[in-house]
Design a binder for this molecule. Sequence first.
Ligand code: ZN
Length: 314
Amino acid sequence: MTEECPLCRYGEARSLFHCADRLYGTTTKSFLVVECVKCKFLRLFPRPVGEELASYYPSGYWFQPHDAASQAAEIYRRVVLTDHVQFVDAALRRTKLTGPVLDVGPSGGLLARLLRDRGRKVVGLDNSAEAAGIAWRVNGVPVVAGDLLAAPFAEGSFAVVTMFHVLEHVEQPGEFLDAARRLLKPGGRLIVQVPNAASWQFLILGEAWNGLDVPRHLWNFRDSDLEWLLRDRGFTVLRRKHFSLRDNPAGLATSLAPWLDPMSRRVRKVPESTPVALMKNLAYLALTLICLPFAALEAVCRAGSTIMIEAEPK
Ligand SMILES: [Zn+2]
């Protein structure tokens, strides 16, 4: 098959496997994952675009509901965001810049709120006006509804730009990095996190790996692919982290038992009584804890199921 590789520009890719929307069942269609013959970059082919792609995002995909029943989940989410908060905070300390943080794709604004609680100035930017509204109302953080490629901010406005689990969803990841570079102050930092297709989880689980999230993840970066793209777009990689308490153990739990995943059950509107829902949530939490040592071990061996990078424009 012929399609120019977005990384190495080589024109040939080979088919790897077909995959359906395993987690949310938004479609019965099957999707093909291909690999660049030259650099091995993995991606969907053909990639859904526009309204078709939008139809694969279930309502509430980008954020969690905020109601009285979800208070325990809210506490859990605050705890497991520790890695993200500390990574951004360390980048801010290292820059010694006082400017604000731009969180692209803030998913309801909890991370932005936790950073603000540490005294940081934070602005969010989200494609979804609904998610932006929730971030304002629930977490009190300013989130602009809009696209990064047409962001209504002056160049050089931000000390740090963060993109947690954004690049794998967008049709133009390179252009997103260009836009982030323009928005950064001199000496500012970009922080990017994506699932890592060079992880042991993908090696062992293959197409059952949750990090593929077909058909919403258009690109399946290995850590080396992300670094290649960052360098290609004029960044120097300063720091890497292969572990994320929020993503890595829970992602493995979801790969092993997708029917227990709380978000999947909510999206699929699985009929279950309150006690049954509670039992399933506790079982999912127990499975996540069981997965924790493996997720930590693969991360120590630089094969964690996510990769978080701090980069600086050259
Ligand atoms: Zn390639």
